[in-house]
Design a protein around this ligand. Sequence first.
Ligand SMILES: [Zn+2]
Ligand SMILES: [Zn+2]
Ligand SMILES: [Zn+2]
Length: 730
Amino acid sequence: MDVELSLAMETAEDRNEQRRLTRNNLSRKQTIVNLMNGLSSYVIPKAKNFAECDVLNSEILSSSETMHTLHGNYDIDFDLISAADCIGNAEIDDLDDDQSDDNFNLINELLSSNNKQVSLPLHSYTDISTKEFCTNLLRAFRQTNLCKTYSTNMLKLINSGLPQPNNLPTSLNSLLRYMNVENLFTKRKVCLSCQFDIEYSATSCFKCISNDKTQFANVYDIDYAIVFSEIVERHIVDIAKYREKILSEKYDNINNDISFQKIYRSFLNTTFYQPFISTLIHLDGIPLDTSTKLTLWLLSCSILELPPHLRNQRKNMIILSMWVGTRQPIIKIWLRECIPSLNKLKSSGFSIRGGQKWFVYFLGLIGDCPAIKLALNHIGNNGYYSCWYCKIEGVHMCNKRQYHYEEVPTMRSINSYRSESKEAEVKGENINGHLGLSFFHEILDIPLPHSILMDYMHITLLRHTRSVVLQIYESIVPKKRSEIDYQLKFQQFPHTFNRKLKPIQSGHMKASEIKNLLLYGLLPIFYQHLQVDKAAHIALFVCAIRIDFALQKIINQQEVDNGKRNEGAFDITRLSINNIDELLSWHKRVCDCNQTATCIIIYHRCVIKNQTYHSLSYPKRQSTNSYFVKYTNDRRDTLFGAIELSFTYKNSTLALINNYPNEHLFSDVFASSSYHSSLSKYINTYFYLLQAKPSSFHYVPIHKILNICVVFEKDDFIIVTPISPVYEHD
Ligand SMILES: [Zn+2]
Ligand SMILES: [Zn+2]
Ligand SMILES: [Zn+2]
């Protein structure tokens, strides 16, 4: 290649690089004001000129004879002189170009913020828009958990391979800015030994003259007004609808969601500002890696005026503040900026689009024992007076604290809670478990201790159920234990279950695994190994929790039902009806045509009330069981069976079900127990004892199918338990 040519190329490349860097700098300085002052009128035509020059530039760099671009067809003989001219031109109005380009970017941003996307191509040889490419790139970075440094390196690498010039941002920051990713957090770094804030980028504290990494913690506080207003804007309709339900009091007895309960009701009578959202504060910590003690602590909140299925979505949980450090957070340092700003937000409110003013209340605090202990400045869960609600002292015996049952416990009152905390703060000592005041006294709108919530996951699942299961497991002889573990390991569940059951031998169980065990597996798998009374007692516990769940879901269910999808069979099979005698004989009975192959069409799967059901003919079901169902008939009997296949016949969809007859009532198992009478009312709607082999075929219209069941195989019978279709959403 010609020396002059390669020199020219180098210069051009350098210049482009230079230009992009200054462009970023300038765009920061540029204000929207001068854009509004009329620059926009001539920026766009100029930008077009610029684009043409770009085309020429890239022409030089790629040395191609012919090119086709979005701007039109160019057919230019390659000529060094004209190329040099173009470079010269570029040089002359370089600054101008930069500015017009900046303005162009600004307009771009402005327009895209109004949802009128300007699709600028990534470079002139493609019709992939910059936006699309950046979106995919950012998604890829996030999916691969690439750190910032490597992301920037990757960006540079990709950039170096693209035709120059192009519109790809050159750094991660400019990429984020391009994608309108707002920086919502203010960062600060604190030194844990002197408790002062230090420079965020600093690696040592000047006061303590130490650079021990473990004594610093990073704190991230979010911009509260922005996040609260965004979430209200996004869900203003849902909030209004659910609020109506809450106010109507019609659902009070059938719904146990928090906003239908006593405390929320009494709170409603005291609210001063309107309109408002009320929130529940969550506090928890998770370790970030396994080699150090680096931990992330998260203060977040969820909105009670959102219906539960929206409230629990990750995007609707608002992060208030984060603490990243190798030590447990010191609440006074961590939240010393968060709580005052939240307090300010409470009194000033926040504006949403359209200027309406909303207010926020903080109703409760939820978390596990270590988190709440920190938040409330209370003694830990194994100390004396460790209960947040009552003043049980506890005794020390057998190397641990024991809290014996008290017939009439002395409860902590609102007044005693506050005064004793104050006293502890002043004296600097432990007063009935209080170690001092806490920020949450200021921020919570329902006074302590009423605003402390016990959560189902930690108490019922991770503590109570786990202890019960372990106790039972220990009491069983080792040979039987391994049988149970085997059963747990291979127990089948519907395909919608992400987690199933885990052998108890294998140690730690997740909350969702314990939930599956408690609701479905515990009784059928364990009851034969227990004394009747013990088993019956556990059965009562299982029933109580399942009733509780059912209550919780009534309102939710109504909402899910409203958005019904297409119902019916799908996934057509290659099975020939001529091989299925049952179907042939059925057709002969109900239809007089002789075109069976077109009259009846067979499918693998079907959708009923938003729930996908498989069939035994479905080849890809692997180790899941979504084909065993509870169904009914015209006499309203409760029946069970396995779907062999589903088929359509004259505009209706039916399922061919292999019926398993009832053996006897499940409550008969507990006949000799003293709990039998109180148990039989409920247990027989949750568990059914069936014969081990199916006996007859039923042809069931699919709207008669009610639930998917979990099947537990026993020696000469099976136990099935129907799953309410909404359990899995929890
Ligand atoms: Zn320090
Ligand atoms: Zn207590
Ligand atoms: Zn027919």
